[in-house]
Design a protein around this ligand. Structure first.
Ligand code: FES
Length: 119
């Protein structure tokens, strides 16, 4: 099983292929935001990769990062558009605590939405 390290939180084994956003919540206990429910619209699920950033990116992720003007920022990726296929280290910088939001958002589905078109 891949190891997911969240800086300041710990290192956790996560099921291979699990969506990163759901692994952050379920295995790591992080209050990760996912306001749009994991459909590549809000960017609140963003994390900052320290190590193990996947080379592949879903078209939906690329498009929303570009639209929000945050494309190309080093290590910044959307956890709802990434699956846990290898060891990763991230900073969880977009969390419910301190956000002023009522909740973290609807739980994302088990599979990437919209269906991933890798670019
Ligand atoms: S973009 Fe909204 S949860 Fe990922």
């Amino acid at each position: 099983m891949p190891k997911l390290t969240v800086e300041g939180v710990g290192t956790f084994e996560v099921p291979a292929g699990k969506r990163l956003v759901n692994a952050l919540v379920d295995e790591c206990g992080v209050d990760q935001l996912h306001a749009c429910g994991g459909v590549a619209r809000c960017t609140t699920c963003r994390v900052e990769f320290v190590a193990g950033e996947p080379a592949a990116m879903a078209k939906a992720e690329r498009d929303v990062l570009t639209a929000k003007g945050i494309s190309g920022q080093k290590g910044l990726r959307l956890s709802c558009q990434i699956t846990c296929d290898g060891d990763m280290t991230v900073k969880a910088t977009s969390r419910l605590a301190g956000s002023g939001r009522i909740d973290a958002g609807k739980r994302p589905a088990d599979s990437i939405e919209p269906p991933a078109e890798w670019v």
